[in-house]
Design a protein around this ligand. Structure first.
Ligand SMILES: N[C@@H]1[C@@H](O)[C@H](O)[C@@H](COP(=O)(O)O)O[C@@H]1O
Length: 256
């Protein structure tokens, strides 16, 4: 893994956006994997700025989202499809209909999950997947105990995740949906590059497990240790429990 301990969120956004800009320069029809949550917002701000400055275009691109709540109202601002529209898609130039997300309101959720995996395959796979991480080590909505190879599926959110996400639902855990549809860890691992970002003390334990823990379903993000091109971009607080942080800093400096 490439581990970067960076001074602040703005720098995390810049480093991740550099990777995405480089991708679209080399491959204008690249497929980008989009994540929700607060962690990727600095990346989206950078991408929008670069797009508005004429340096970056997604006009031949496609995007796939990671996950969605089940049963959330179509016009709910926290429906991930709406969040992605607000935070990034409406500000850049992906062609109409080219930003895809799993359907949490499908009549047959299992069929919709299988169809979603197929649509990612049909698009040629994800070139670069942006990821955040839950405080319990989940990526997308793959909670502890999930199969390390699963495909897009219906999942049950842990109480910790619902508590963490209650801040987006008037601080009321009862308003947070109990189920989700999510790309599986197997689906995510098929992306050609993974770029995970994390900020703040609340992510320190999950980052320690991700980078230095044993690969295990208890901490689903640890599966990234098995990926050949995984980047972990964190701030000082999120890196604060890493035992080998001095070494990671040295490697990062020497490999630039
Ligand atoms: N499903 C999302 C994840 O994709 C996200 O990475 C995580 C962290 O969120 P945040 O970045 O707001 O801390 O929580 C949510 O539950």
């Amino acid at each position: 893994m490439r581990i970067a301990i960076l001074p602040d969120d703005a720098t995390i956004g810049k480093v991740a956006a550099d990777l995405i800009e480089e991708l679209y320069r080399e491959k204008p029809n690249a497929v980008l994997g989009l994540a929700t949550g607060s962690s990727p917002l600095s990346i989206y701000r950078e991408l929008i700025e670069r797009h508005q400055a004429g340096k970056l275009s997604f006009k031949e691109g496609k995007a796939f989202m990671l996950d969605e709540y089940v049963g959330i109202a179509a016009d709910h601002p926290e429906r991930y499809r709406n969040v992605i529209h607000t935070e990034i898609a409406s500000h850049v130039d992906f062609p109409e209909g080219c930003v895809n997300g799993p359907d949490g309101n499908a009549e047959d959720l299992h069929a919709a999950c299988a169809a979603y995996d197929q649509s990612i395959k049909d698009a040629g796979g994800v070139d670069l997947q942006i990821l955040g991480i839950g405080s319990d080590g989940h990526i997308a909505f793959n909670e502890p105990g999930e199969s390390l190879t699963c495909r897009t599926h219906v999942g049950v959110l842990t109480e910790q995740t619902r508590r963490d996400n209650a801040r987006f639902f008037d601080g009321d855990i009862d308003q947070v949906p109990t189920h989700c549809v999510t790309q599986g860890l197997g689906t995510i691992m098929d992306a050609r590059r993974l770029v995970l970002v994390a900020q703040g003390k609340g992510k320190a334990r999950a980052i320690k497990e991700l980078v230095e823990g044993a690969v295990s379903a208890k901490w689903p993000a640890t599966i990234m240790q098995m990926h050949q091109d995984a980047w972990v971009l964190v701030d000082e607080e999120a890196a604060s429990e890493l035992e080998l942080s001095d070494y990671y800093r040295e490697v990062w400096e020497k490999s630039r």
